[in-house]
Design a protein around this ligand. Sequence first.
Ligand code: 5GP
Ligand code: ZN
Length: 113
Amino acid sequence: MEDCIFCKIIKREIPANIVYENENVIAFEDIEPQAPVHIVIVPIQHYENIMTVPAGSDVMRSIQIAVNKLAIKYKLAEKGFRLVNNCGADGGQTVNHLHFHLLGARPFGWPPG
Ligand code: 5GP
Ligand code: ZN
């Protein structure tokens, strides 16, 4: 996926503050943080969105493990956090490589805008 910005981060072709890695997933600080903690969790393999990754796969398990470890690392577990997946145009997805936003250290409203 030559033009994918997250594939370039994974290949270390462009810099990012990588804060967690396992065999299937990397996580890094969002370049435009929307909260005091804003981490993007990304599978190493390129999937366009949540509709194209196999349900129950090692990738999805690794994403859940990453959420758990990062919530502990950033001390979000007690007060909670927001986990967001934007999918497609209506979902507001701007980078077409599956990712989850882990947002925390402030309260969030509902419903989303
Ligand atoms: P989406 O809108 O697709 O759900 O989220 C894409 C996210 O990637 C946005 O929050 C945006 O700030 C972040 N982002 C886009 N380009 C880069 C980049 O080059 N580096 C980092 N660290 N984050 C990026
Ligand atoms: Zn990609």
